[in-house]
Design a binder for this molecule. Structure first.
Ligand code: GLU
Length: 301
């Protein structure tokens, strides 16, 4: 197991569970967020754990300060007992840079210059493999010439991608365990090992052209730095956990236990989205809903 490169972060699990709710301020919170926040509160209460808040505002192109203010107000209105001073990703770019440096030193990153349109053109043939979110896997071989730094203007922005083949070889050489532990209920001590299967994600982006990290990188670094022992989040992130487990293992970060809760679905059978105004907490509150009503609606589906 590689030693964690971050001073003060250890693989010793603390006695007291630490949970977190980690919304992205790209819109107003809706009932799906309330469900996740209440689930975290339930786990924290049942296990005597701490409840932290993290604002995932790394995507500076989509996150807006007014949504941060609104989500803080919505959560305070709901009466959720988060500890003060939430972590804001946009204040911690150095932490993500260090993790990237570490992976680069291990030879696991490469520069990717191709535009969205160029990638789309290279994956057009039917049957091109897709990641669990439905995005076509990055066609590295087809874009190798385009991604050759020697052919690019040094000032040109690039993304950093994980070389998945090299990452898996490294993990195998180091004998790293690529399973995560899924726990069903707060006091159920038997966590089930789930094979991570990170290869399904291909060469994911770990630092974007527009900002110096990606969700997948920031989430593992933040969970480690906040000492999170239990990640309770929606099933939409179930497969992403396999990729997070690989990054944790390579970076020597502690391994939290996971619980993926069911999602609230809209009438169309799709998960609720931030654009669906009807389920936003603000709209429900304006219509007279109380925090108790929201809890009831969120937990009863
Ligand atoms: N920020 C993510 C979201 O709002 C959640 C990330 C996580 O819980 O790991 O969907």
């Amino acid at each position: 197991m590689p030693l964690c490169y971050i001073a003060g972060v250890t693989n010793q699990s603390s006695n007291r569970p630490v949970l977190r709710f980690a919304p992205s301020p790209t819109g107003h919170l809706h009932l799906g967020h309330a469900l996740s926040a209440f689930e975290n509160e339930r786990w924290a209460k049942a296990s005597g754990g701490r409840l932290l808040l993290r604002i995932e505002d790394i995507d500076t192109t989509r996150c807006r300060p007014e949504f941060v203010a609104a989500l803080l107000e919505d959560l305070a209105w709901l009466g959720l007992p988060f500890e003060p001073s939430p972590r804001r990703q946009s204040e911690h770019f150095d932490d993500y840079r260090q993790a990237l440096d570490r992976l680069a030193t291990m030879g696991l990153l490469y520069r990717s210059y191709a535009s969205r349109a160029e990638i789309a053109a290279a994956v057009r043939q039917p049957g091109h493999p897709r990641d669990p979110d439905g995005t076509p896997l990055y066609p590295r071989a087809a874009l190798a010439a385009m991604d050759d730094p020697a052919r690019r203007d040094p000032a040109e922005p690039f993304a950093l991608r994980l070389d998945m083949t090299a990452a898996l070889a490294k993990a195998a050489a180091l004998g790293l365990s690529l399973f995560w532990r899924e726990q069903r209920a707060p006091r159920d001590q038997s966590a089930q090992p789930i094979p991570a299967g990170p290869e399904r994600w291909g060469d994911v982006v770990l630092a974007r052209k527009e900002f110096p990290a990606s969700y997948h990188l920031a989430v593992v670094v933040d969970d480690a730095l906040q000492g999170i022992t239990h990640v309770v989040r929606g099933r939409d992130l179930y497969h992403a956990t396999g990729l997070h487990r690989l990054l944790q293992a390579l970076l020597g970060l502690p391994e939290p236990i996971y619980h993926h809760h069911d999602l609230l679905l809209g009438p169309d059978g799709e998960k609720l989205s931030k654009s669906a105004r009807s389920t936003s907490l603000r709209a429900l509150r304006a219509d007279g809903a109380t925090p108790a009503d929201i809890k009831q609606m969120a937990l009863m589906g």
